[in-house]
Design a protein around this ligand. Structure first.
Ligand code: FAD
Length: 450
């Protein structure tokens, strides 16, 4: 293979890298992909997919309780077999790996199971020294979880370690207030752990609408999760009864069986030879790209988490596809519009959001109006569950263009996608209100908000 030439060489076979390979190959490009680890990267192996599997299992716990309240004959304490759950999770992931392998083969993409590094703007070197000449290079090497720099940090794990758990630990501390922290807290609580969330700031999910995140924090507490705001972890120490967490900020010190850090992720750029090729990084170590995913070096692009732009799988995929349409598909203007990207936090119930928070809208527009709906979904009401939903719409200008939709409640993850289309298309409050509701659903509340 040494000296072999390709139209495109992609570093990384995660969400972005694979999407780039498949789309480029569909346009007729000769493609090589370097991926030393499992196909699918973070999302498939230690991210979205196993996370959602665990979320679904935790969600069932609440539904089993509701079923019991509705009259189903359910044991008082239904037991979960973690090994069985993990086996089903792995089978699902194995299926994705098999499907990727098949697609790589069918599309003629050459998969090289090695790390790659740049020798120059047109040459990638594999670990075994093989050199590949490339018409274009795409860097899609993703990101990795960080641990804070504090004494005893080695006693704690990160989200990757959560996926290796073989049972729910009795007492868990999760450090962080972002979406991964919230999601891990909800799943572990649902599956039987006593969970404490240690948040450095005054609120959860600082990028989200504050009214929604306040309700989210209230939900977590109501469910029995301990949420400590303005609480700084200072050190971890192994003691006889578990891991001791030394805290600053008024909170009592505590002992845990497991501590997980969800305190941020860093772009994976080490050892890529970026300095050799002259690819510029920002202050946080992310690859700097323009609106067309071009790096500072002609012929080298970057997509996905390594650029730190909206670190989500569909964003990496969409950026990759547009880039390939531009490079090989005759669409010179193709690029991803990074505005109004919908996202969901898989809490229990989930929080979905697209567009601006109320505070962001007030910072941008003179006239801002908001609409709300607080309600108890029917299954909760029937089953005497306590969980309520909060939906919020943020509108701007005299014509009340919808600039933000925020949904916290059962089904929010599934409801949001369609309304994200409407928001991106420029829907107004009037048009929403003119749309006939679907009854009885939670979704109807989006068009009935007052
Ligand atoms: P990755 O998927 O991380 O792929 C990068 C690949 O590059 C890896 O496979 C790595 O082995 C490879 N690589 C690294 N260095 C080299 C090298 N030198 N040569 C060759 N290959 C290399 N997003 C969502 O949209 N929804 C969710 O629900 C969601 N949940 C998440 C939950 C967790 C716990 C985490 C951690 C992330 C979650 N994400 C979610 C984010 C999502 O996983 C990432 O945004 C997405 O995987 C980014 O894709 P990527 O292609 O940029 O990187």
């Amino acid at each position: 293979m040494s000296g072999q030439s390709f139209d495109l060489v992609v570093l990384g076979g995660g969400s972005g890298g694979l999407a780039a390979c498949f789309r480029a190959a569909s346009h007729g490009a000769r493609v090589a992909m370097l991926e030393p680890a499992l196909l699918g990267g973070t999302c498939v192996n230690v991210g979205c997919v196993p996370k959602k599997a665990m979320w679904l299992a935790a969600d069932l716990v609440e539904r089993i309780a509701l079923a019991s309240a509705l009259g189903f004959d359910v044991p008082a304490a239904p037991r979960l077999s973690w090994p069985r759950l993990l086996q089903r999770r792995q089978q699902y992931i194995d299926g994705i790996h098999a499907s990727y392998r098949q697609r790589l083969q069918d599309s003629g993409v050459v998969h090289i199971a090695q790390r790659g590094r740049l020798r120059d703007a047109r040459t990638v070197e594999c670990e075994d020294g093989t050199r590949l000449h490339a018409g274009h290079i795409v860097i899609a090497t993703g990101s990795h979880a960080l641990k804070p720099d504090l004494p005893g940090a080695g006693l704690g794990g990160v989200s990757d370690d959560f996926f290796a758990l073989q049972a729910a630990p009795a007492r868990v501390a999760i450090v962080g207030g972002g979406y991964i922290a919230v999601e891990l807290a909800g799943v572990l609580h649902g599956l039987g752990s006593e969970v404490t969330l240690l948040v450095r700031g005054k609120e959860l999910l600082s990028q989200f609408d504050a009214e929604m995140t306040a309700q989210l924090a209230q939900n977590l507490r109501q469910q029995g999760i301990t949420v400590r705001f303005e609480c700084q972890l200072q050190a971890l120490e192994r003691r006889a009864g578990g891991i001791h967490a030394r805290l600053q900020g008024g909170a009592a010190d505590a002992l845990f069986d497991t501590v997980l850090f969800a305190t941020g992720r860093a772009p994976s750029t080490r050892g890529l030879g970026l300095e050799t090729a002259g690819v510029a990084l920002d202050d946080n170590g992310a690859i700097v790209v323009d609106a067309f995913q071009n790096t500072s070096v002609p012929g080298i692009s970057a997509i996905g988490d390594v650029t730190a732009q909206a670190m989500l799988t569909p964003v990496a995929v969409a950026a990759a596809r547009r880039l390939m349409d531009r490079l090989y598909g005759g669409q010179p203007e193709a690029r991803l519009d990074y505005d109004n990207i919908p996202s969901v936090v898989f809490s229990h119930p989930p929080l979905g959001s697209v567009g601006l928070s109320e505070a962001q809208a007030r910072g941008r527009f003179d006239t801002v109006t908001t609409y709300h709906s607080r309600f108890r979904p029917m299954l909760q009401a029937l089953g005497e569950g306590q969980t309520r939903s909060l939906f919020k719409m943020v509108c701007a200008g005299a014509d009340e263009k919808v600039v933000g939709i925020h949904l916290l409640g059962e089904g929010a993850d599934e409801i949001l996608q369609g309304f994200a289309v409407a928001l991106k298309a420029g829907v107004t409050r009037r048009q929403m209100a003119d749309t006939v509701a679907i009854h009885p659903t939670s979704a109807e509340e989006v068009v009935l908000m007052r």
